[in-house]
Design a protein around this ligand. Structure first.
Ligand code: F6R
Length: 617
């Protein structure tokens, strides 16, 4: 993962790099560093911990140069210490990397045999040594990099500066994103346009195995074999996304509160609000015309593959529970890291859907490329516009959730669920399974969601008060049937990643097949049990757990006396139609994880060991 940023221009590189890194901190936050020209040297400053530690260290430092590179790290090779932080400097070469060099051990062995000494445990330092050695022969940074790239295996984006060419940054990539920002008399490079959008909206997206040389306010892009490439400069229609807690204790809590608005923003572009009808005419990229042949493929498809990771995968699973019964289209849901390597047999004329908040998740992107290679129409559901997954898909649905800062995804998840509701209806409509009256009634039901969600936010106080008691449980079992099952999985994931307690999501009917053995007083059973067709079966499963001493926390519909009688804790979500009840039950499970983590004193917005954009496998 990691975030990288580079700057050449007339502003203070220290300020520009720190601002850029702040915007990229979601990509990693265990250490950070910069290399900035000072006289004829690139001075390197690094600090363990959050970016604020680096900012403090740099506060009194002045640099005479107008060029520098920076990095915020999510450790892959080597502990998150200062000596493993980037940039890595070898002789006059300083380098930052987002990615992984998979054959670094082999390369390191060869370098050790040549007598090279290492000062870190990282894979990145290997590349710095390789370039430095090559510079002894070629004395030209681009040429040195051109001869090093073929030796590297993995996925990476790198920025390199050299004291022998102090006005130059050379950047290259194979996998993770790297974008050039072309400003007035200045050039920026970053993993995400948000790191430079305050300076310029003109961007050049680098492709894999391209090399860019930035010198002063000029840049030149080369292929690996040195051919100069003409790359389009895209004018981005993106605003700078400012992060602001707006008075909330954490971004996550603020983002939970933003969910009613996020759902409204997700639904609105695909609905004719006045007539309460579906409007799926604008599935082009950011307002561009919809490619008709792909829209046709979606409308006619008989099978859908949904591919994603983590929370986005659970959103995809929820999609299956809606699309199959509503539209009669077979849906397979895959974890991207499995899909890409299991040689999937994909039906012709199927459509593949890729869900990604960041739009940069490496496995999801690789899965999309595989599906495209196999000739499938690919639909992306992304939050980050112009991200790689968004740019490479054929059709686009946007979450429109706005910036999600909390590492644990909340509003993007819930927006995706609402988009799957719409998509299920659209597919049913395309197959003539929906009358106009039904369409209007169901769309109306979806449009009512935000106000029902507002009501669920009132559970905030409830969980705040209950949190202390919940800290007494050592484990948490989340149960659900039907479309409540993916919500159970998501609830367990939220609790694991935020509260660092063991939690598992299960289909309630699976309890007898093993998990019942786990039941004791230290295990809280959280069940999502709205009044749907599974209600009685789920209640029976709860009774079985209760009979074995299980402690039950149930989330039901309205004032459910039966559920109350078997539960230690009961929460009733507003009564709602089946299609929308799933979305409402997400809010309590998010609030539970949030308040438990907060009561345990954890860093809710930046949980340990995680990052928001996973650009490595
Ligand atoms: C968990 C979480 C992750 C992401 C996963 C995929 O709260 O946020 O599980 O859902 O890393 O990320 P995207 O959606 O950006 O592809």
């Amino acid at each position: 993962m990691c975030g990288i940023v580079g700057y050449v221009g007339n502003k203070s590189p220290k300020d520009v790099l720190l601002e850029g890194l702040k915007k990229l901190e979601y990509r990693g936050y265990d250490s950070a560093g910069v290399a900035i020209l000072n006289g004829d040297r690139f001075d390197v400053y690094r600090a363990e911990g959050k970016l604020s530690a680096l900012s403090e260290k740099l506060a009194p430092v002045r640099f005479s140069g107008r060029i520098g590179i920076g990095h915020t790290r999510w450790a892959t090779h080597g502990m998150p210490t200062e000596f493993n932080a980037h940039p890595h400097k070898v002789k006059g070469i300083s380098l930052v990397q987002n990615g992984i060099i998979e054959n670094y051990a082999e390369l390191k062995e060869e370098l050790l045999e040549k007598g090279v000494k290492f000062s870190s445990e990282t894979d990145t330092e290997v590349v710095a040594h390789l370039i430095a050695l090559q510079m002894d022969d070629s004395h030209d940074l681009v040429a040195a990099i051109q001869s090093v790239i073929p030796k590297l295996r993995g996925a990476y984006a790198m920025l390199v500066v050299s004291e022998s060419e102090p006005e130059t940054i050379v950047a290259f990539k194979a996998g993770p994103p790297l974008i050039l920002g072309v400003g007035e008399g200045e050039i920026l490079l970053a993993s995400d346009v948000q790191a430079f959008i305050d300076h310029t909206n003109k961007a050049v997206y680098l492709d894999d195995f391209e090399i860019v040389k930035v010198k002063g306010a000029h840049y030149e892009v080369f292929s690996l074999d040195g051919i100069t490439l003409k790359k389009p400069v895209v004018a981005l229609d993106l605003a700078s996304e400012k992060s602001d807690k707006k008075g909330f204790k954490h971004y996550m809590l603020k983002e939970i509160y933003e969910q009613p608005r996020a759902v409204a923003n997700a639904l609105t572009p695909y609905v004719d609000i006045e007539n309460k009808r579906l409007s799926f005419d604008s599935l082009g990229m950011q307002g561009a015309p919809t490619p008709k042949e792909h829209l046709q493929a979606l409308a006619n498809c008989k099978r859908i593959y949904i591919v994603a990771c983590g929370t986005s995968f659970y959103a995809g699973l929820y999609g299956k529970y809606l699309i199959e019964p509503i539209a009669g289209v077979a849906v397979d849901v895959d974890i991207a890291s499995e899909f890409r390597y299991r040689d999937p047999v994909l039906e012709k004329n199927a459509v593949a859907i890729f869900v990604s908040q960041s739009g940069e998740t490496a496995d999801t992107l690789a899965a999309l490329r595989l599906a495209k290679e196999k000739g499938l129409t690919c639909l992306s559901i992304c939050n980050t516009k112009a991200s790689t997954i968004d740019r490479e898909a054929d059709l686009h649905l946007y979450m429109n959730s706005g910036l999600e800062v909390g590492v644990a995804s909340t509003k993007a998840f819930i927006s995706t669920l609402s988009l799957f509701n719409l998509l299920a209806l659209y597919l049913a409509q395309s197959k003539d399974l929906l009358t106009e009256e039904e369409e209007t009634r169901l769309v109306d039901g979806l449009l009512a969601l935000p106000s029902l969600m507002e009501a669920c936010l009132a559970y905030d106080t409830y969980f705040k008060e209950a949190a202390q008691e919940l800290t007494n449980y050592k484990g948490f079992l989340y149960l659900g049937r039907g479309h409540s099952y993916p919500i159970a999985l998501e609830g367990a994931l939220k609790l694991k990643e935020l509260a660092y307690r063991h939690a598992e999501g299960y289909a309630a009917g699976e309890m007898k097949h093993g998990p019942l053995a786990l039941i004791d007083q230290g295990m809280l059973i959280i069940v999502i049990c709205p009044r749907d067709k599974f209600y009685e079966k789920t209640v029976s499963n709860l009774e079985e757990a209760k009979a074995r001493g299980g402690v039950v926390f149930s989330i039901g519909s309205g004032d459910d006396k039966q559920l109350k009688s078997i539960s230690k804790h009961y929460l009733g979500i507003p009564e709602a139609p089946w299609m929308t009840s799933g979305i409402l039950s997400v809010i309590p499970v998010q609030l539970l994880a949030y308040h438990l983590a907060d009561a345990l004193g954890h860093d809710v917005d930046q949980p340990r060991n995680l990052a928001k954009s996973v650009t490595v496998e």
